[in-house]
Design a protein around this ligand. Structure first.
Ligand code: MG
Length: 452
């Protein structure tokens, strides 16, 4: 049977891999699986109105009643599904991908992305005989659903609003012309002393920066922070579930830093608590969490896996190294604006500048690399590698992670979307991390060659 779902929903180039026909049939399959009332939202991409209409048609054809939220960030749609007691949600978005892409994220009734098992059942309907269509007089109806205001109120309700406001923080916000523009400035204004914005016109051509916030494309935000004397800057990805922070000096801090900072604060307030994280996160996370008396629950890589684990085991906090923060008391999903509110709360409570808060975290050298490996060899390569590696601690939650006594580690795992193995490594010095990557890169290459 074919596969549609990747690491996070269905993605493809519009009108090439992702067509109106595919979206209609997939939405009908989703509707047939969940039934009842389904929220439909979309991002600001040029092709999103077209695919929204296709999804609505598919859902109506199998008898679902559709609650159309219009444009909004993915976490706002997720919040709307759970708050309104709907059966499911469909978000038309390709997150941070280039403008020619689009996709669908499927949300279950609890507001969290559908589990891998649910995805498989939806695919079974899609690739099988297809969803059963309703009789002509049994098709669904469309309702408008206003979701943004309730979402913004929910986010700020999780922090000490008075305390944060009293700190009169100056915040610079860069939604990158994505749909975070519809909620992030409002959330910032509710909590800050002053708010400055750039790239706040929703524009599906992403004219000003790539929609994935990275240290190399946040120059405008960094300049805005410096010019305005802001206390912090925040940049969002295209659908607003990830955020990256800039300190008062204009320096960008990657997502593993904000994850570690917020996880530590959470454990300090909730002693003995647990934090869920994929195995590729920095060991700074484990250090600060265990230092504060909590523990890390390691999962496979992928935000949906982390979110689902949080739901299953009642883990209240989670995240990813790419800037996805999951705050369970709000919703066990990535939410870029929830992360902003929490960062502002830490700053207000400690009175410390953001550069100092980040500076207090342990610092390690990191390196990522990749090795090509034919799809059909991935399993055999992994199997052979398991027998050939040796380290004081070996984790096989996802790929193989080797943890050494000097607290350095290296992880290699087959990519779920490309014919490659990804290598991640971290160590106390740049020399050690480079040596680790080189050594294991040659090992993997020789194993791939020997199996060809
Ligand atoms: Mg995203």
């Amino acid at each position: 049977m074919g596969r549609l779902f990747g690491t996070n929903g269905v993605r493809g180039v519009a009108n090439r891999e992702l067509t109106v026909e595919l979206v209609t049939r997939l939405a009908a399959s989703i509707g047939a699986y969940f039934g009842g009332s389904v929220a439909v939202g979309r991002d600001g991409r040029i092709t999103s109105p077209m695919f929204r209409d296709a999804a609505v048609c598919g859902l109506l054809s199998v008898g679902c009643s559709v609650h159309d939220t219009g444009m909004l960030p993915t976490p706002a749609l997720q919040h709307a599904v759970r708050r309104n007691g709907l059966n499911a949600g469909v978000m038309i978005t390709a997150s941070h991908n280039p403008p020619e892409f689009n996709g669908m994220k499927v949300i279950a009734a609890d507001g969290v992305e559908a589990s891998r098992g649910q995805e498989a059942e939806i695919e079974e309907i899609f690739f099988g005989d297809g969803p059963e269509l309703s009789p002509w007089d049994g098709i669904g109806t469309v309702h408008q659903l206003e979701a943004l205001e309730a979402y913004q109120e929910a986010v700020i309700s999780h922090v000490d609003i008075g305390r944060v406001r009293d700190a009169r923080l100056k915040v610079a916000v860069d939604p990158g012309n994505g749909v975070a523009a519809l909620s992030a400035p409002g959330i910032a204004r509710a909590l800050a002393g002053e708010v400055y914005t750039v790239n706040v016109d929703v524009d599906g051509s992403f004219p000003n920066r790539v929609s994935e916030p990275r240290p190399d494309n946040l120059g405008t935000l960094q300049a805005l922070v410096r010019a305005s004397g802001a206390d912090l800057g925040v940049a969002y990805d295209g659908d607003g579930d990830r955020s990256i922070f800039v300190d008062e000096r204009g320096e960008v801090h990657w997502g593993d830093r904000s994850f570690a900072l917020l996880a530590r604060e959470f454990i300090l307030k909730n002693p003995g608590g647990r934090v869920a994280s994929p195995v590729n996160s920095s060991r700074a996370l484990e250090e600060v969490v265990s230092g504060a008396g909590g523990s890390v629950v390691w999962t496979r890589v992928g935000s949906v896996v982390v979110s689902r684990r949080m739901v299953e085991e009642g883990i209240p906090f989670g995240g990813e190294e790419n800037g996805g923060i999951m705050y369970g008391p709000h919703l066990q999903v990535r939410d870029g604006s929830m992360a902003l509110a929490l960062i502002m709360e830490v700053m207000a409570e400690t009175g410390k500048p953001l550069s100092q808060l980040f500076g207090e975290l342990p610092q390690y050298s990191q390196l990522k690399d990749r090795i090509s490996c034919p799809e059909e060899l991935k399993e055999a390569v992994l199997e052979a590698l398991r027998g050939r590696v040796d380290a004081p601690r070996v984790e096989t939650i996802d790929g193989v992670k080797l943890i050494y006594d000097d607290e350095s580690w290296v992880l290699f795992r087959p990519s779920g979307t490309e014919p490659i193995f990804r290598i991640y490594a971290e160590a106390g010095s740049p020399e050690r991390v480079e040596a680790l990557v080189e050594e294991h890169k040659s090992l993997i290459e020789s194993v791939v060659e020997s199996l060809k």
